[in-house]
Design a protein around this ligand. Structure first.
Ligand code: B12
Ligand code: SF4
Ligand code: SF4
Length: 379
């Protein structure tokens, strides 16, 4: 078999397979990455969403018998909404990060990898493949970097010369000995725009993220959020795009050629108030095939409560009163108390005082007291 020819044919077929960029990496262990991941863990910078076994993360032969190469793919996604609905007083809206626009990217990329597997299998019947997207053990970014998909930016993202960093990544370990590509030569140079723009200083050094400080991570947690972080979350319901939006390499990059990745505006920039009372069934119907749904509805509803507080719109007081009175989840009630405190005014104070007499949960009582104390200090 002429492996170089097969690789050239595969690259030529990429577009028809719905893949925007494809590259090949060797299946050698990721030795430097392993050291990096060990330091990352020791510093407490992990999010907890990563595969915990660092050997599995960096030694492809532990995942696949006799790996010969890894094929990396990238799919570009939109960065702009067409005619976005406005967030106005009395009808405030939240925003999902671009990585949750359109259909869940895990589904889309798995489908593309399956098509690629079939394409290869037709040509090499003895081919074996193990595909993964996000939830696999390997570092998708490290594989993409090695395969020449893009460079590793100071904001941690893989930046492609063609589509900027607005790309999803996936890969396939195989027993086919395809010749590896070379990493791209571009780099961030002297630029520090993303590091300066990060609202929480989560980018502690170029290419090094303290996940615990990253808003994207915090929006995906289920518990109570610190006052500092709640203020910084703004109206983000899921994820954070700031360090990519500001990146000069993303200027003018907007890919809308995959119809399934084109977002429904009302879903990704939804009205906040109706989200608060959305039941599980409705959430699954509306958000079930969206990437933001993987942690369930609680984080998104909590973030909607936070966003209403950050808008400081008195029109939201009745909706927040409903949460504080009726929501069975203490995290939601405590967060509603925070938001009422942030909105302030007599109506908020009255709602908080009334809830103080009724509330039994210690964490919620503490949040109410803190909100009332904040209001008293302001008057
Ligand atoms: C855990 C996780 C998170 C965590 C932690 C993110 C992080 N930066 O570590 C949280 C929840 C915060 C997160 C957020 C986001 N994520 Co995420 N996440 C992952 C996941 C599951 C693992 C990442 C990981 O292992 N991180 C640990 C770090 C240390 O390793 P790494 O980034 O993989 O590898 C790089 C570094 O080690 C670096 N490196 C190695 N050696 C050295 C040496 C030096 C000196 C330096 C400077 C760097 C360096 O190079 C490697 C390659 O770039 C991957 C999927 C996967 N299986 O890989 C998706 C993934 C990284 N996420 C992705 C996305 C889209 C996001 C968000 C943009 C979503 C959003 N809009 O909110 C944000 C971006 C935040 C950011 N600035 O990184 C995409 C990235 C696509 C791209 N173009 O890069 C991925 C690849 C998912 C996918 N399959 O598409 N994510
Ligand atoms: S995703 Fe947001 S919080 Fe996280 S590093 Fe980027 S700008 Fe900072
Ligand atoms: S903003 Fe500048 S430093 Fe950050 S990723 Fe983009 S080019 Fe690199």
């Amino acid at each position: 078999m002429d492996w170089q020819q097969l690789k050239d044919d595969m690259k030529a077929a990429a577009e028809e397979l719905g893949i925007d960029k494809i590259g090949v990496a060797s299946a050698e262990p990721f030795t430097e990455l392993k050291e990096r991941l060990e330091r990352h863990r020791a510093l407490g910078y992990e999010s907890g969403f990563e595969e915990p076994d660092l050997r599995k993360r960096t030694e492809p032969e532990l995942l696949f018998e006799d790996p010969q190469s890894i094929i990396a793919i990238a799919i570009a996604y939109p960065s702009k909404l067409q005619d976005p609905p406005k967030s106005v007083p009395g009808a405030r809206r939240g925003i999902l990060s671009r990585s949750a626009w359109g259909e869940d990217y895990h589904t889309v990329l798995r489908n593309r990898l399956k098509r690629l597997e079939n394409w290869l299998q037709e040509r090499v019947p003895e081919g074996r493949f193990l595909s993964m997207v996000d939830t696999g053990a390997l570092s998708d970014r490290a594989v993409a970097q090695r395969a020449g998909i893009g460079w590793s930016g100071s904001n941690c993202a893989i930046i492609t010369p063609e589509w900027g960093s607005w790309v999803y990544l996936g890969e396939m370990i195989t027993n086919l000995p395809l010749p590896p590509d070379k990493p791209v030569t571009e780099s961030c140079g002297e630029c520090t725009v993303c590091i300066d723009a990060c609202p929480t200083d989560a980018l502690v050094a170029p290419g090094q993220l303290d996940s615990q400080r990253c808003i994207s991570f915090v929006t995906q947690t289920k518990g109570l959020v610190s006052d500092e972080m709640m203020r910084k979350i703004g109206n983000r319901l899921y994820g954070c795009d700031t360090c990519q939006i500001v990146c000069p390499e993303n200027k003018g990059k907007h890919a809308s050629h995959h119809p399934e990745l084109v977002p429904d505006n009302e879903l990704v920039k939804p009205l906040l108030v109706p989200l608060l009372t959305m039941g599980n069934r409705e959430f699954k119907e509306r958000y079930g095939s969206n990437a933001s749904a993987w942690r369930g509805r609680k984080p998104i509803q909590r973030n909607a409560v936070i966003a209403l507080g950050n808008f400081k719109d008195a029109a939201s007081v009745p909706a927040l009163e409903g949460v504080l009175r009726d929501d069975p989840r203490f995290e939601l009630r405590a967060t509603a108390a925070w938001s009422l405190g942030r909105i302030g005014g007599e109506a908020s104070a009255a709602v908080l005082s009334e809830a103080r007499g009724r509330e039994k949960d210690a964490a919620v009582v503490e949040a109410i007291d803190s909100a009332l104390a904040g209001l008293a200090a302001r008057t």
